[in-house]
Design a binder for this molecule. Structure first.
Ligand code: RIB
Length: 314
C-alpha cells in the first residue's frame, strides 16, 4: 500500500562524494589487457552523495555529511547535490586534499568496474560526523558506507545509537566489520559479493544468506542480489525476499546499489517496514539501470510509485 508523504522525514547520509569519470567500453578488460573506450564523461558520483540524492528524489528530507576538496570539482559536486534537494551544510571543504575521484568502466551489457581515489573523503573526521549525527533523533535514519575512514563510520554508528536514530550501514566497498559496531536495531546492507566476503571473514563454511548473517551479527541484514531482488532477515527470524524490477537490457548499472540504499532509507524514515522499504529500493534500482550514470538515472517518487503500481497491476 502506498504511504503518502506526511510530516518531515529525515535521512542523514554520512559518506563520500566523487567525480565519476566514466569510460564506455565493449567488454570490461581483464588483468593485463588494454581496451579502447568509445566515450568518456564526467558526472557527479560517490556512494554517499548518490544515496543522498536517491533518498531526496524519493521524497525524504536529506542531509549529507561529507568532505570534498576546496576545488572546482568540489564546487560542481556541491552544486549538483544541492540542486537535487539535499542539505549540504554538513558537507565540509578540505584545503589539503582534492575532491574524490572514481574511474568507472561500463561495458555494453551495462556491467561496471570502479576504482576510487578517496582524496578529501579520506579526511572526513569522527568529530564532524558525530556533530552531524548528534542532531538526529528517533525516527531519523543515518546511513553510512565504506568509502570514508573506519573511525568516521564508527562515530556515525555510536552516535546514532546514542541519539536513538536508526543506523544503516552499506558495507561498500567491503571491509571487515569491527566487532560491536552494529547495534541490534541497526541494518547492514550488502550485495552478494560483500555478503560472501563477510561470511568468509567470520569463518563461515561457504556462502551465508541473510538469516545466517543476521544471526551471527545480531542485527538486521539485507542482501541485494541484482536481478534476483533482495533478501533480508533479523536475528532469529526467517528470511524474507522481495523481487527485482524486470529490466530487459540494462544500460548502466553504476549506482544501482546506491539507488536501492537511498530509497530504502527514505522508506524507513517514512515509517515503512524493512521489506516494504526494500521493495521500493529494488524498484528504484531497476529504474536506475535503464539510464546512463549514477545520480542522473535515479527515479523520483512519482516514478517509483508508478513502477510499483504497474508491477502490482501486471
Ligand atoms: O556506487 C557507485 C559509485 O561508486 C560511483 O558513483 C563511484 O563514485 C563510486 O563511489
Amino acid at each position: 500500500m502506498a504511504v503518502q508523504p506526511s510530516g518531515k522525514k529525515h535521512v542523514l547520509v554520512v559518506g563520500s562524494a566523487n567525480v565519476d569519470v566514466t569510460l564506455r567500453v565493449g567488454v570490461l578488460p581483464q588483468a593485463g589487457e588494454t581496451v579502447l573506450a568509445r566515450s568518456v564523461r564526467e558526472t557527479a558520483g560517490g556512494k554517499g552523495a548518490n544515496q543522498a540524492v536517491a533518498a531526496a528524489r524519493a521524497g525524504a528530507g536529506v542531509r549529507l555529511a561529507a568532505r570534498l576538496g576546496r576545488d572546482g570539482a568540489g564546487d560542481r559536486l556541491v552544486a549538483a547535490i544541492e540542486a537535487a534537494g539535499v542539505d549540504v551544510r554538513a558537507a565540509g571543504r578540505d584545503p589539503d586534499h582534492p575532491t574524490g575521484r572514481a574511474t568507472v568502466l561500463v561495458s555494453d551489457d551495462g556491467d561496471n568496474s570502479i576504482v576510487v581515489v578517496a582524496g578529501a573523503n579520506g579526511a572526513l573526521g569522527p568529530g564532524e560526523v558525530a556533530a552531524a549525527v548528534g542532531s538526529t533523533g528517533p525516527g531519523d535514519v543515518v546511513v553510512a558506507q565504506a568509502e570514508i575512514p573506519a573511525d568516521a563510520v564508527a562515530a556515525a554508528a555510536a552516535t546514532a545509537a546514542r541519539a536513538g536514530s536508526r543506523f544503516v550501514l552499506n558495507l561498500a566497498p567491503y571491509r571487515a566489520l569491527t566487532p560491536g559496531l552494529l547495534a541490534p536495531d541497526a541494518i547492514l546492507v550488502v550485495n552478494a559479493v560483500e555478503a560472501a566476503a563477510l561470511a568468509a571473514d567470520s569463518g563461515a563454511d561457504g556462502v551465508e544468506g541473510a538469516a545466517a548473517l543476521a544471526g551471527r551479527l545480531g542485527c538486521t541484514v539485507v542482501v541485494t542480489r541484482g536481478a534476483h531482488g533482495a533478501e533480508m532477515a533479523g536475528p532469529g527470524a526467517a528470511a524474507v525476499r522481495v523481487p527485482a524490477l524486470a529490466v530487459d537490457a540494462p544500460v548502466d548499472t553504476t549506482g544501482a546499489g546506491d539507488a536501492f540504499v537511498g530509497v530504502f532509507a527514505a522508506g524507513l524514515a517514512e515509517g515503512r517496514t524493512v521489506p516494504d522499504a526494500a521493495r521500493r529500493g529494488c524498484v528504484a534500482a531497476g529504474l536506475s539501470v535503464r539510464g546512463d550514470g549514477a545520480q542522473a538515472s535515479f527515479p523520483d517518487r512519482a516514478g517509483i510509485d508508478a513502477a510499483e503500481r504497474a508491477r502490482v497491476d501486471a
